[in-house]
Design a protein around this ligand. Sequence first.
Ligand code: SF4
Length: 761
Amino acid sequence: MESETPQPAEPQDIHRREFMWAMAGLGAATAAAFAGWGALEALVPPGTADEWHKSVCRFCGTGCTIRVGMREGEIVDIRGHEDGHNKGVICVKGSMLRALPKIEGRLTTPMIRRNGKLEPASWDEALDLIGRRFKEIRDTHGPDALAFYGSGQLFTEETYTANKLFKGGLRTNNVDGNPRLCMSSAAAGYVRVYGKDEPPGCYADIDHAELFFIFGANPYECHPPLWERVQRRRAANRNAFVICVDPRRSETAKRSDLHLPVIPGTDLLLLNAMAQVMVEDGLCDMKFMQRHVRFDRNGETVDFEAFRAFLRDYTPEKVEQQLGIGADLIRHVAHRFATSRASTSLWTMGVNQRTQGTALNTMLNALHLITGQFGRKGATPFSITGQPNACGGVRDTGSLSHLLPAGRTVTNPDHRREVEHKWGLPEGAISQTPGHDAVSLFRAMGDGRVKGALIMCTNPGQSMPAADRYAKAMQDCFTVVSEIVPDSETAKAASVLLPAALWCEKEGVLGQGERRYQLVPKLLDPPGEARSDLWMLVEIAKRLGLGDLIKARTPQEVWDEWRHFSADSYYNFEGMTYDRLRALPGLQWPCPDEDHPGTARRFVEGEDPFVSKGAGIEFYGRKDKRAVVYLCPYVPSPEQRSEVYPLYLTTGRVLEQWHTGTMTMRIPELRGAAGPARFTVSEVDAKRRGIEAGDMIEVSSAFGAVQGRAVIDREMRPGLVFAAFYDARLLVNRVVADHVDPVSKEPEFKLTAVQMRRLGN
Ligand code: SF4
């Protein structure tokens, strides 16, 4: 069934092709010396700014540094910041940020659901109700009947405060958020391999790489400045070579030197087969492994020979048929990866959103460790991220249900004691039981185990898999939602709706994908009675009688508390004061004191302050200072094609839209450029079902059904259907399976067995 979300008409003045042209112009604009905005000026005429402010893009995890041009109190221009890591390049979404604060239909007053209908209320009414209901629920059903579901889009100060309020104040570990849906497999992979989360490398590694191994990622559309940087490396070094592994012929795959269209769901076979070739063909860096690596099979340390024996089941000849890639090609790729002067792997949701997401992440890291493609400029494993503050705001602050701040876990008694001490809590205050991860949490909301939830800055009504089931779960619960608009899929389910300030209507720090923290300054007042999420959390804490715990109440006060908190950890960023962040285009942690320049590459002597002198490389996140290579058997996905469901559905993003489109679908130029979401189907599958371009079709799975228009793509592999998830009118997550990875608990968005039929034209 189609969503009934009202959507404005589609303006036709700027359409997708023109924006794509702009991107091509961006790629060719070498004369503009990375001035990526220059190519967009013809489409997006700049205003005449009379003052400029350094800030950060609100959208994706590339975390582009920008300059915001203002005149008479209004944003009139946005440009990439030449001093930023992105060197002035931004994409079409960033270029349209100036329209963001003015999107139509902003929520400007609190609303309370009465007799089934949301009605305007005062802040005091709304906050008093939240305080009263949360207290009743806790006193009657216990603290674990409450939950917080946050976002990689909240500021760090906001997520840190929510985590402290719920885990330290309300005494429940039911704190999770949408980063669980997109990068918990990457986090789990890094923790398993290095003992600590977050990528060891940095974006600047792209400038030095010779081989790019892009795996389950589509940076051309989803992280354009990074793709632009890869292009510049290709232009500067004729040996640079781009391999793209993706079942779909994505825009990135089309532009790569080699595309490996693996059969959906089988790509761990490729990584294991590459490792097998590396081991048998003498491509491993034995010296590096002897010094820095150990091997693990199901928690038992084993030797290199055991790794070799394990890989015998994954010779190229044994996997080629199941994988859909010939043995010779697998060998070629393994040799290229191992022997290039510097190999950089870039991956994202195609790897993370899988039931074997953690295994894929650990094996991608393993390929670098066994070949010594690590710790040199351009030699790094790098998981790109999707949201602007999933890394800094959620992973680093430990705001997932199994974590505590700065790399601690709730199941470790020493870690709990340390956090209790830092937060001034009595011993035993923090629960030793991990809370609900995202899928488990929404199930608990549906079956009554969780009775009250605060959801901030995210849209699970559209972003959760098996979305119908979880939309109902929100309706069944006392659900408080902070939102910028009243009609998102999540707002529709709210018991209380709180109007939220966005982006530069408040101040705070975003931490993007390369451990870089950057400050977003407040430049505008929010509309009407909208307030920052930090303000809401402080006021809710007061109503819950927890005002003494949440004493830091301004962004800078919270930041300083969190900065000092980090000082005794390997996440140390004590040297990042607001003053430094105001002056600089961000800093990368570790950054232990105010004179420290930040750390581009972790675990590398001379760059990382925690590495011992003379060590060269030191994986200090583990007691034995070694990284771990796991023996990861391939396990097929629970979603298998069948006679009833003969196709695979995979989901993703498009260039001009971001996430669930709550913001970008309300910016006319971006909405017009992307157009309504559609299903992309292969010629073969379309023909078999009598489907023509533009026909209305239905795609259904064991989880739900969605109707939408078909686009027929000659380059689409038969047996695969693609849809982006930005458009609530084609709410594709209704169809998507909600199986999760057993370690990371991240759902498998990338693989759902479906059927497809024509409805009409
Ligand atoms: S959306 Fe991402 S890539 Fe585009 S400008 Fe913003 S941060 Fe950069």
